[in-house]
Design a protein around this ligand. Structure first.
Ligand code: ATP
Ligand code: MG
Length: 463
C-alpha cells in the first residue's frame, strides 16, 4: 500500500525538474503532486504544475526571486521563466509550490479554517481528496533518486480512472462538500467512474452542497462542461442527488416524456444535447444544458408553450446563483430565449434579414450550433428543417453588407434631427425605427436623400 517505487517513465518538463532541483539542493523535500502528476501518469498533458515541499513559504520565496506568495494556504507561485535559463516549451502558467500542510477545523462543510504546516509528504497527501490525486513523485533531499509515493493506492485506481475518497468518504465530504462535485467533475474529465463506497457517501451527503458558495459550484460546473463527454458527470449529478440541490428545475426533467427519441425522457434529451455540442463551445454547452429548463414549469401549457421565455428567466436566475460572468450569462440566456426559432423556406431575403436583426449577428452561429445539438439529441439529422439552408442564406446576407441595425443606415439621428428640425425624443426614435424597417425590407432605400425624404413624409403623416 504505502509503496515507494521508482517510476522511470515519469519525465517532468525540464524547467519543473529544475525547480525541484533547486529545492532539493537547498535541503528541502519536494514533490510533484495533485492533478499534474495524475495527468502525467495518465499520459495526458498536465494543465498546471503543483509542487509540495517541506520548505516554508518564505524559504521558497527566497529561493525564487520574483515569486509571489499567493494566499494564506502556503502557496507560492513561481514563473516558469523564473530560473534564468530559457526553457523550450515553457508556458506562462506559474508553478504552484505549496508547503506540506494538514488541514483542520472544517466548519460549515466548506474548506479548512485552520491549516498547519507539516514536515512529511505523507501528511500532505492524507488531506487530499481522491486517491489518484494523492500521489507524489519526488525526493526528500538532494542525491536521493526521485520516487513515487502512493500511500492510498492511487496507482491502482489510476488504470480504471476510479475516484475513491482518501479515508472515510462520508467524513471527507462532511469536511468539504465541494469534493462531491469534484468527484463527478473528475469522473467526466477523466472519462472514469466513482468507487461504490464513495458514490454511496455522495448520495448520503449531497444535501451539504447547499452550503457551498454559488461561485465554487459554478467553477466546477464549468470544468465539467469542458469534459469530452459531460454526460458522464451530469448523469452522476442527477443520480446522486447533487443536481437536485443545484437545480430543482433541471432535476424535474427526469420522467417528463418526450415524443422525440423512444424511451428517452426530457433529462435524457438534455444530456444528449450537451454532449452533442463540440467541447470548444462552452457557452453553447451551457445553453444546451439549460435550453429546456422551462419545460417542467410549462407542462400544462399546451405542448410546453412559452417554455423558451420561462426557461430564459430560470436560466438567468440559475446563472446568477452560480456567479457566471455577466457576458457569458447574457449570451446563454439569449440562446435559451431564441432556441425555438423556426425557418420557412418561403422567406424572402428581407425575412432572412429580419431574422438576423431579431437574433443579433453575434448570436447566430452559437444559436445554429445549439439547434444542431438539439436536433441530434432529438434523433434527427443535425441540419433538420432547413437549418443548413438558413445558415447559407444568413451568410449571403451578411456578406452583402446589407442594413441590419441602425448603425448601418446611411443617416443617423443627428442627420434626421437637423433635417426635420426635430428635438430628440420618442418621435425621433419611432422615425429611425421605421427607416430601419424599410431599409431591411428594401436595401435600395438606404441612401441619404431617399431616407430623409421618407423621414419627412413619416413626420407629416404621423397622427
Ligand atoms: P485539474 O486537472 O482540473 O486542475 P486537479 O486535481 O489538479 O484537477 P486542482 O483544483 O488543481 O485540481 O487541485 C490540485 C490538487 O489539490 C488536487 O489534485 C487534490 O490533490 C488537491 N485538492 C484540490 N481541491 C481539494 C479539496 N477540496 N479537498 C482536498 N484536496 C483538494
Ligand atoms: Mg490542477
Amino acid at each position: 500500500m504505502n509503496g515507494a517505487q521508482s517510476h522511470p517513465e515519469i519525465r517532468p518538463p525540464a524547467d519543473v525538474l529544475a525547480i525541484l532541483d533547486r529545492l532539493w539542493a537547498a535541503g528541502h523535500a519536494a514533490y510533484i503532486v495533485g492533478g499534474s502528476l495524475r495527468d502525467l501518469l495518465l499520459g495526458r498533458e498536465a494543465k498546471d504544475w503543483d509542487l509540495a515541499t517541506s520548505a516554508r513559504p518564505e524559504e521558497v520565496q527566497a529561493l525564487f526571486p520574483g515569486s509571489l506568495y499567493e494566499n494564506a494556504f502556503g502557496t507560492v507561485a513561481v514563473g516558469r521563466d523564473g530560473l534564468g535559463a530559457a526553457v523550450a516549451g515553457a508556458r506562462p502558467e506559474p508553478v504552484q509550490i505549496t508547503t506540506f500542510r494538514s488541514d483542520h477545523d472544517y466548519a460549515d462543510f466548506r474548506r479548512p479554517h485552520r491549516i498547519e504546516f507539516a514536515d512529511r509528504v505523507a501528511d500532505d497527501l492524507a488531506r487530499r481528496d481522491f486517491t489518484i490525486n494523492a500521489l507524489a513523485w519526488g525526493a526528500d533531499r538532494a542525491g536521493e533518486s526521485p520516487r513515487l509515493i502512493d500511500p492510498h493506492g492511487g496507482l491502482e485506481d489510476l488504470g480504471p480512472r476510479t475516484l475513491r475518497a482518501v479515508g472515510d468518504p462520508r467524513a471527507r465530504f462532511g469536511e468539504d462538500a465541494l469534493r462531491m462535485l469534484r468527484a463527478v467533475r473528475l469522473a467526466a474529465t477523466l472519462d472514469g467512474g466513482i468507487e461504490a463506497g464513495t458514490l454511496a457517501a455522495i448520495q448520503a451527503r449531497a444535501h451539504l452542497v447547499a452550503h457551498l458558495s454559488g461561485e465554487r459550484i459554478g467553477a466546477e460546473m464549468e470544468r465539467l462542461l469542458g469534459a469530452p463527454r459531460p454526460s458522464i458527470g451530469l448523469e452522476l449529478m442527477a443520480s446522486t442527488g447533487l443536481l437536485a440541490v443545484i437545480s430543482p428545475e433541471l432535476t424535474a426533467q427526469r420522467g417528463i416524456a418526450q415524443n422525440k427519441v423512444p424511451g428517452d425522457d426530457l433529462w435524457d434529451h438534455t444530456v444528449k444535447a450537451v454532449d452533442a455540442v463540440p467541447a470548444g463551445r462552452p457557452a453553447v454547452r451551457l445553453a444546451a444544458l439549460l435550453h429546456d429548463i422551462g419545460k417542467p414549469a410549462t407542462i400544462d401549457e399546451g405542448p410546453f408553450r412559452g417554455h423558451d421565455a420561462v426557461g430564459a428567466d430560470l436560466a438567468a436566475a440559475l446563472l446568477e446563483r452560480l456567479r457566471t460572468p455577466r457576458a457569458t450569462a447574457e449570451r446563454v440566456v439569449a440562446l435559451v430565449r431564441h432556441h425555438m426559432f423556426t425557418y420557412d423556406p418561403t422567406w424572402g431575403d428581407a425575412g432572412v434579414r429580419r431574422f438576423i436583426r431579431r437574433i443579433g449577428r453575434d448570436l447566430l452561429e452559437p444559436l445554429f450550433a445549439l439547434r444542431e445539438a438539439d436536433n441530434l439529441a432529438s434523433g434527427q439529422a443535425a441540419d433538420a428543417h432547413g437549418l443548413d439552408e438558413l445558415r447559407r442564406r444568413v451568410r449571403e446576407q451578411l456578406a452583402g453588407h446589407v442594413v441590419l441595425e441602425r448603425g448601418d443606415l446611411a443617416v443617423d439621428g443627428e442627420d434626421v434631427m437637423a433635417y426635420l428640425e426635430l428635438p430628440p425624443g420618442p418621435r425621433l426614435g419611432r422615425i429611425l425605427d421605421e427607416l430601419l424597417e424599410r431599409a431591411i425590407a428594401d436595401p435600395a432605400v438606404n441612401e441619404r436623400g431617399t431616407l430623409l425624404a421618407i423621414a419627412r413624409s413619416l413626420l407629416e403623416n404621423a397622427p
